[in-house]
Design a protein around this ligand. Structure first.
Ligand code: GLA
Length: 323
């Protein structure tokens, strides 16, 4: 059996949360921790995947359409990606593969996006579909995520994982999907801390996405809106949601400028302001995440801290001076 071995990292978002699904700005970064897929082709028209960390093998046909019957559930992300690639015209072939990961699952570090992208890379090598561009791959992975989990996520996680470079943040404009690699100065390090398990499926994530479409029907595209536009909204909840998105886009833009000017004190300040906005206006933080942020901010050398990703649990991220 020809052996294919590929991997894809997790991600942490440095700043720019709940902006991607309205075409806003984000600044995530790939992690060292990653998911690896290893295996080779089979000729019976079936795909079999197993995980080194969990029991049970999932088996489904290469022309899989309906993901809901697939068990174990994590394999729905694999099947979803296989389905999206086939719909893009990538030749389908059976395969057998094992997945290993050192990413914590359900911790808000995009283990599912890593699984989608690693599947895409695996299939790309297996069938020699080298013309599949990273952005196409990321969009296919986003559709796979929607279908496999039902969470109407944006493009940040999949695109960061598809194009990210080690030790470098990825500035993404989620409207035109332009990306720019932003190096962090050696004087600081990124610290990621786990707070609590969570799943975005069944969380208020979808409610936030729905709030944003209501806001856009009132004031037009959030990515173009000003704070005055946000403040013109009568409904208190929608006004606060809009304030977060508009101010967060601004903070991401200012963060890129601060990092490129090596002003990490300013970047830290922006990160902490982002947390406060997510906690009060967007209401995606939790008391445990707020406590973790406050504790980190009291530590020597910490320049900024915030919840990261979808929220309602997961991780916090801090930036601190290297000792
Ligand atoms: C999750 C989603 C992303 C993004 C973040 C919040 O990670 O998958 O698309 O919306 O939440 O910034």
């Amino acid at each position: 059996m020809t052996l294919v071995r590929v991997s894809a990292p997790g991600r942490v978002n440095l700043i720019g949360d709940h902006t991607d699904y309205t075409g806003g700005l984000v600044l995530p970064m790939v992690l060292e921790r990653r998911t690896t897929m290893e295996g080779g082709p089979t000729d019976d028209g079936m795909i079999r995947v197993s995980s080194a960390d969990e029991t049970g093998t999932a088996a489904f046909p290469v022309d899989i359409e309906d993901l809901e019957s697939i068990e174990p559930r994590w394999a729905r992300y694999v099947a979803g990606m296989v389905r999206e690639l086939r719909h893009l015209g990538v030749p389908s072939t059976g395969f057998e593969a094992t997945i290993t990961t050192d990413l914590p699952i359900g911790a808000g570090l995009s283990s599912s996006a890593a699984l989608e992208i690693v599947t895409g890379r695996f299939v790309r090598v297996l069938v020699g579909a080298n013309s599949i561009h990273d952005v196409t791959m990321a969009l296919a992975a986003q559709r796979a995520e929607h279908r496999a989990s039902g969470v109407p996520c944006g493009i940040m996680d999949q695109l960061c994982i598809a194009v990210g470079r080690r030790g470098t943040a990825t500035f993404i404009d989620c409207h035109d999907l332009a990306t720019r690699h932003v190096a962090l100065p050696d004087s600081v390090e990124v610290h990621v801390e786990f707070v609590a398990h969570r799943t975005l499926a069944g969380s208020e994530y979808a409610d936030r996405v729905a709030d944003c479409s209501r806001i856009e029907s009132l004031i037009g595209p959030l990515r173009l809106a000003t704070i005055d536009d946000a403040d013109s909204i009568d409904d208190d909840r929608l006004r606060r949601r809009a304030r977060h998105v508009v101010s967060e886009n601004r903070r991401v833009r200012d963060s890129v400028a601060a990092i490129e000017a090596h002003d990490m004190v300013e970047f830290g300040r922006l990160m902490t302001a982002s947390h406060r906005s997510l906690a009060s206006d967007y209401e995606t933080s939790t008391p445990a995440m707020n406590d973790a942020v406050d504790r980190l901010l009291a530590e020597p050398g910490v320049l900024g801290a915030r919840m990261t990703g979808g929220g309602f649990g997961g991780c916090v991220v801090a930036i601190r001076r290297r000792a």
